[in-house]
Write a new protein. Structure first.
Ligand code: SAM
Length: 253
């Protein structure tokens, strides 16, 4: 991050602590991309202690199963945008994040993938307690999901700890945090809640965080909630929706 950007980010955080609202602190237009230094790592800002430190990943099964997580779209988009920073909204057991990390490594890119997920599940994971793939995978202990630890174990087993940084908060909170720190990404994958109002909120929250020329993309076009939200967002901003394999895609002008 450049010195002036550091100063801006510091001033914003200070003002926020003093009680200014994020809305008033956010610039009307995002700063030009040349001011961004994408080589800065986010992890030290988020985690005072390395989340992987002393974690007993070998006691977990090898289970990175997910949905649409090995699509060729990931590899193509990594090759197209050559990202230094990726934000993923909706990680589950880490399938898509691991595909992105492998694609970047194969191209020799040093990427940081920030995985935003509460690891508490989306609506469809809580609708059928007999569903082992969704409800079962939440792995409730005393009524609270422990899925996060399966994700962490999958990252360790794949040896991708350096590339993948967890951010275990609701998507809107994470977007506010990124804005507060003036952080943007080359590639943003939206695969959290599939309810229309939530997808629209994620698009609104994350669009400003995509650097010019970068791409926001997502899964599950066949879900009404996803399709309607993406169509509404694109129409409001006069953006062209394109499709790549099973993913929809919007490019930041
Ligand atoms: C469909 S799964 C993600 C699948 C994953 N990308 C893969 O490769 O298999 C959706 C994930 O979004 C998370 N999620 C849903 N709503 C969220 C929200 N508002 N904030 C953060 N995470 C959310 C859930 O906890 C769940 O892990």
């Amino acid at each position: 991050m450049s010195l002036s950007r550091h100063a801006q980010s510091f001033a914003k955080r200070l003002a926020y602590r003093l009680g200014f609202s994020l809305k008033r602190l956010r610039p009307v237009h995002a700063a030009p991309s040349v001011a961004d230094d994408f080589t800065d790592r986010i992890r030290p800002l988020l985690h005072a202690v390395d989340p992987y430190e002393s974690f007993d990943w070998q006691s977990f099964p090898d289970d990175p199963s997910g949905w649409g997580s090995d699509s060729p779209a990931f590899r193509e988009l990594v090759a197209k945008t050559r990202p230094a920073r990726i934000i993923e909204v909706g990680t589950w057991k880490g399938g898509s994040a691991l595909t992105l990390a492998a694609a970047a490594a194969d191209l020799g890119l040093e990427v940081e993938i920030i995985c935003v997920d509460t690891w508490l599940g989306a609506l469809e994971m809580w609708t059928d307690p007999a569903d082992p793939e969704r409800y079962g995978a939440l792995a409730l202990k005393h009524g609270y999901p422990t899925l996060y630890y399966q994700f962490l174990a999958n990252v360790c087993r794949a040896g991708r700890q350096a590339a993948i940084t967890p951010f275990p908060v609701p998507s809107v909170t994470a977007a506010q945090w990124f804005a507060l720190h003036g952080i943007r990404a080359d590639l943003i994958y939206i695969d959290g809640s599939h309810e229309e109002e939530d997808v629209l909120q994620d698009l609104v929250s994350y669009w400003d965080l995509v650097r010019p020329g970068g791409v926001i993309f997502g899964d599950d076009w066949s879900w009404d909630g996803v399709r309607l939200a993406v169509q509404q967002f694109a129409a409001d901003r006069q953006l062209a929706i394109t499709h790549r394999h099973d993913k929809w895609e919007l490019t930041k002008p």
